[in-house]
Design a protein around this ligand. Sequence first.
Ligand code: NDP
Ligand code: MG
Length: 385
Amino acid sequence: MKNVSILGATGSIGTQALDVLRKSKEKFKLIAVSANKNHLKMIDIIDEFKPRLVGITDKVAYEKVKNYCEKNKISIEVVYGMEGLNAVATATETHIVITSVVGMIGLIPTINAIRAKKDIALANKETLVVGGEIVMREAKKAGVKILPVDSEHGAIFQCLQGNKNSEISKILLTASGGPFRGKSREELINITPEEALNHPKWNMGKKISIDSATLMNKGFEVIEANSLFNIAYENIQVIVHPQSIIHSMVEYCDGSIISQMASPDMRLPIQYALNFPGRTEKIIKTLDFFAMGELTFEKPDMDTFRCLKLAYETGKAGGNLPTILNASNEIAVELFLENKISFLKIQDIIEEALDKFQYEKNIDVDIILDTDKNVKRYIKNKYDL
Ligand code: NDP
Ligand code: MG
């Protein structure tokens, strides 16, 4: 039996992770879960899975969940705030923590989970964007595994099994291209949040859906791939593949290219990470090659979708630049979703933040947290009118 904790159990990945656990009850036991605001979903999770520990970040939701448990004589520990996230991340009996909160709020709980010797099934890519080197160093020191949940990285991870990292020549990171693939800058001027949230292939949380529309998500994934697999940026190539059947590929020194394919369903990479190094019964739809139609490939348009270019540049420079990139993006996306700025303004704001804040090459967790706070405050003060 593997004991599992989920950070961000009420979200898109959290919900799909719960479905994976539901379908393998004999293999996995849910120990601890966290949520932010969605107390109703958390109550459903408590009723169904009966975890021992619950962490709630939002005060109102915390009170509601706590009252529900008291009223119904459910004896579980409910912990409030960051303390709750950290308690879920480090729960004693847990073997593996699924990190599926959104944003760099996941950094500290992830580091704490690693220090408590938990394996990590990592969905929360912002953590690797801002602190990839630190997280991977901590994982090595603690002797724990970082198992990628992001579909592309899960694919690459599968393609790497049985091969030597030193024999990789390139990572081919596939991208659906998002809802605005092929559009010009002029066509993006009046994009609404509703249009941007309408992803052609994946049904995801709001923030990552907007990141997919700007191609920042793919940019983050380039940085994530660099951290996870220690591959130079020059050897990570993004290929737009709108059908989302090939989830990524690895090219080896002899010219062989190994890909991983499956129907687009996040439950597969979650399941693979949880069962690694083994596999278990299929819960996704099988691919039908005769019904699939054409598989196509294109170059990404980095002039229109500048976020991807910015991610390559900041990733290469390292230091605090990826934190500035991430922090400015987090707030710009929030402002766009609240209809306070236009779609194209997201990339302008990120460029402004990258220009405005001082570059620091050598960073630690405190510098990351400080940079994040300062950048977010600056953008909020200037644009959240
Ligand atoms: P969602 O927005 O659907 O869910 C986010 C989760 O985090 C929810 O449980 C939410 O709680 C919680 N949360 C939000 N803000 C906070 C906060 N301030 N403190 C603590 N918890 C918080 O996101 P997704 O599931 O789509 O994405 C999660 C992560 O996985 C992201 O990093 C994303 O990039 C990555 N990812 C997602 C994929 C997908 O298909 N969705 C694919 C690959 C990666 P509540 O709902 O209770 O408010
Ligand atoms: Mg992905």
